[in-house]
Design a protein around this ligand. Sequence first.
Ligand code: URA
Ligand code: SF4
Length: 227
Amino acid sequence: MGTEALLAAIAAEVRACTRCPLAARRTLAVPGEGNSQTDVLLVGEGPGAREDATGRPFVGPAGQLLDELIRSIGWERRDVVITNVVKCRPPGNRDPEPAEIAACGSYLDRQEAALDPSVVVTLGRHSLQRYLPGARIGAVHGTLRRGRGRWVFPMYHPAAALHQASLRDTLFRDVRGLPAALLQAREAIEAERAASVHDDTDELLPGMSAEPDVATAADGEQQLTLF
Ligand code: URA
Ligand code: SF4
């Protein structure tokens, strides 16, 4: 299955999911959306009121600020994929509970595996804890880190800046570092890949090819599709 079909299949499961108590009080589950060809995955906390009503991530006030942040570096929302650690709204926008995050985690695991992003941008505490357990946002925001086998770029949650004006400047400053962090992550991944190809070459049996695998470039997926 191609990436887009995988993401669509996961989204369909999420929309019907009753794996945790958040299912009972949701209007719509919010699987996530974006470009299945991207290598940038943004992970927030969980749907709010407007997300619950529409089934789309980050479409309320925090989403408007997220859009501004993305546009401030010349990107568009449709250039990335946006999802959350829990796909259903916690009542009254309370924090998701550990059991809910755990129950929902396998969807995010599978979205991640399908996309194989070069960079995961964490938005807020709960997302940060998944990739860098124990890390403090004040210490790591706006820097490229390694966690859970991924390159991770932690940011404050946009909603936090709606309550605390000084964080707005921090968010815009941090996001300005994202394009360079993405290039750095891609280079590191390329270097790792080259090193492992090199290792493989040492073990090649007679007659085996060490050509790069180009099959993925032509698997028929469209650019810029929403799932
Ligand atoms: N806040 C989040 O963390 N996620 C959303 O989708 C919307 C607001
Ligand atoms: Fe299922 Fe996740 Fe929604 Fe819980 S939050 S019901 S695990 S989709």
